[in-house]
Ligand binder design. Structure first.
Ligand code: ZN
Length: 136
């Protein structure tokens, strides 16, 4: 598996709009616009910063994964995403090494990326997302 960079850091917030007071208003980061991933009941905003991005995550439903995360742990860092050159190969390697995966097949993430999550029990408590940029 070839890891290219920290692609983004996912931060669960109650309200993207409110959190932008800090991320844009104070830090000066610019949102690339919001996108809803209906399947995950989440609205996201990506804020590029150098080689990486901040991903703000707001739940669109009270039973969505982000709403549950905030209920259990409060707002905060929810996942770290590593860009890989070949996500299918990365998943195969992790499966062969008996890592627990939440996604055994890449699924569609925001920004047209293909993504897969690893189980935090095997990654020292950090929810790790692998992502591969679409090649179109
Ligand atoms: Zn993410």
């Amino acid at each position: 598996m070839k890891v290219l960079k920290v692609d983004h850091i996912g931060i669960a917030v109650k309200s993207i709009e409110t959190s932008l007071n800090f991320y844009s208003g104070l830090l000066g980061l610019k949102s690339e616009g919001e996108e809803t991933v209906a399947e995950q009941k989440v609205k996201t905003a990506f804020l590029p910063l150098g080689e990486t991005e901040i991903e703000l995550l707001e739940s669109t439903a009270p039973d969505g994964p982000i709403a549950k995360f905030i209920e259990a742990r409060g707002e905060g860092i929810q996942h770290i995403a590593f860009a890989v050159d070949d996500i299918d190969e990365a998943i195969k390697e992790l499966e062969a090494k008996n890592f627990r995966l939440i996604d055994h097949k890449p699924r569609a993430g925001a920004g047209g990326k293909r993504i897969a999550f690893l189980h935090p029990k095997d990654t020292f408590g950090v929810l790790v997302e692998l992502c591969e940029k679409s090649t179109e």
